[in-house]
Design a protein around this ligand. Structure first.
Ligand code: BES
Ligand code: MN
Ligand code: ZN
Length: 496
């Protein structure tokens, strides 16, 4: 899809379709009011007839406009004008793109920048239009022999008054970079485990780095990890025929001396559970256990395209977790890179076993902060469902910054406590700590485990088990979350 900013006056417009906003009290947005004038009150007549009330996400496609260079009008409802929230704005945008997709329209002019949205500016609205529209037109096709019919819509011009053009252009640049990052994350996540292996992820990382001026890549092989003493990570990959990789991306957008923001993403390209084998139903969805890693790749690509003036390091421990004669067994004790020994009471709690060594490795970069992303616990789904990602951490300011970014990006987070009482659950008779903490508070004890490897730096953990993909049925597919949230966090750091 091609996105651009256009600041032509509406009476000069030639377009297949113009998208306009109306509100619940049947009042029109400034652009809608102008088009109403230019069409001899067409919109007002349809409102008076009761064809559209302006409720949030309501739509009306006027398919034919006599004697006009504007061929169609798509009206979209934004609800109460004084109270239109970010969520309502996005909901209306989703409704608009649904109609554009379903129709035979090739290109549209979107005049929805003039909608009043609480606590938002032109730049934000431009970005949201691109992010929401692009999310809706994503189609996974790689492994289908009959490529699905693509939507006709291939060009969106975002209409804005001349004086706002500069702000809109910045929103456009960021919006496109983030949307492409989301696309990449979704594609890698949706690919099956037999294609998207640790080696494949390493190749993709190399590819991303080669296309960005300020990014370099390093891939550590199992022998390198052996030399570093990553006994915990390697114990997981031992049960797999696929070679594990530790992928490291380094984006140098800032000054040499600036401490980097380090992003660590769980890259389990398939999690069968190992000897503690998972049940068969829904096991295919464990191809998504690399969504954290894919998020790191999507976010770094976006940061590079936005040319942010900060330093960022991405670390992706990547492996499979399979049952095998050489796999971890319940009761095994392994030694992590930090020196802490771990009793593996359940081989399905493998994410923390690969992440702990990656988190120890992160120290080497003298990080400003470390943020890890992981589809870590089914318990997170039980606690929070599929709405927010869970966040836990050892630094209130970092967690607050991430939560602030999540609100701006409409990619929500909810914080869970990391209190000392919970650490009791990880005690082991045979090692420094156990890899599971029992049934209670599974998301929290997983984070407690990780926190034992993050001493000495500011750290936050995002459990994205409920948010990285949609489960089951026809809707199954990756969401690309939390790329928008992390991109926003990085934008905020670059500005301040
Ligand atoms: N990748 C899973 C977590 C997961 C499960 C994410 C379902 C999304 C949906 C992780 O490796 C895992 O298996 N965790 C176990 C931990 C348990 C053994 C303590 C879980 O959540 O059941
Ligand atoms: Mn598991
Ligand atoms: Zn897993």
């Amino acid at each position: 899809m091609d996105y651009s900013i256009e600041s032509l006056p509406l009476d000069k417009l030639e377009t297949d379709c113009i998208v306009l906003g109306i509100y619940e009290n049947q009042s029109l947005s400034p652009s809608a009011a102008l088009i109403d004038l230019l069409t001899q009150g067409l919109i007002t007549q349809l409102i008076e007839r009761g064809d559209i009330l302006g409720k949030n996400a309501e739509t009306l496609l006027i398919n034919y406009i006599p004697d006009n260079t504007i061929k169609r009008i798509l009206l979209v409802g934004f609800g109460n004008q004084k109270e239109t929230t970010a969520k309502q704005y996005r909901k209306a945008l989703t409704a608009a793109i649904t109609i554009l997709k379903a129709s035979k329209i090739n290109s549209a002019d979107c005049a929805l920048i003039d909608i009043d949205v609480q606590k938002s500016d032109i730049q934000w609205k431009t970005r949201q239009i691109i992010e929401v529209f692009n999310d809706a037109i994503y189609q996974f096709q790689t492994t289908k022999s009959e490529k699905g019919t693509k939507p006709c819509i291939n060009s969106i011009k975002i209409n804005t008054a001349k004086e706002f053009k500069e702000q809109a252009e910045l929103g456009l640049r960021h919006g496109i970079a983030i949307a492409q990052g989301v696309d990449l994350t979704k594609l890698l996540s949706d690919l099956p485990g037999n294609i998207c292996t640790p080696t494949y992820l390493a190749e993709q990382a190399t590819n991303i780095a080669s296309k960005a001026d300020k990014m370099t890549v390093e891939i550590l092989e199992e022998s390198d990890m052996e030399a570093l003493g990553m006994g915990s990570f390697l114990s997981v990959s031992r049960g797999s025929r696929q070679a594990a990789k530790l992928i490291i991306l380094n984006y140098q957008g800032g000054k040499k001396a600036d401490k980097p923001i380090v992003l660590v993403g769980k890259g389990l390209t398939f999690d069968a559970g190992g000897i503690s084998l998972k049940p068969g139903i829904g096991m295919d969805e464990m191809k998504y256990d690399m969504c954290g890693g894919a998020t790191v790749l999507g976010t770094l690509q976006a940061a590079a395209k936005m040319n942010l003036d900060i330093n960022i390091v991405g670390i992706i421990p990547s492996s499979e977790n399979m049952p095998d004669g050489d796999a971890n067994k319940p009761g095994d004790v392994v030694t992590s890179m930090s020196g802490l020994t771990i009793e593996i009471l359940n081989t399905d709690a493998e994410g923390r076993l690969i992440l702990c060594d990656a988190l120890t490795y992160a120290k080497k970069f003298d990080p400003e902060v470390v943020i890890d992303l992981a589809t870590l616990t089914g318990a997170c789904l039980v606690a929070l469902g599929r709405v927010p990602s869970g966040i836990l951490g050892n630094d209130d300011a970092l967690c607050d910054d991430l939560i602030t970014a999540s609100k701006t990006a409409c990619d929500s987070l909810w914080r869970l406590p990391l209190w000392e009482e919970y650490y009791e659950q990880l005690k082991s008779n045979f090692a420094d700590l156990a890899n599971i903490g029992g049934r209670d508070a599974g998301t929290i004890t997983a984070a407690c485990f990780l926190s034992r490897f993050t001493e000495g730096y500011r750290w936050a953990h995002l459990d994205i088990a409920g948010t990285a993909w949609r489960s089951g049925g026809i809707n199954k597919g990756a969401t690309g979350r939390p790329v928008p949230l992390l991109s926003q966090y990085l934008i905020d750091r670059a500005n301040g």
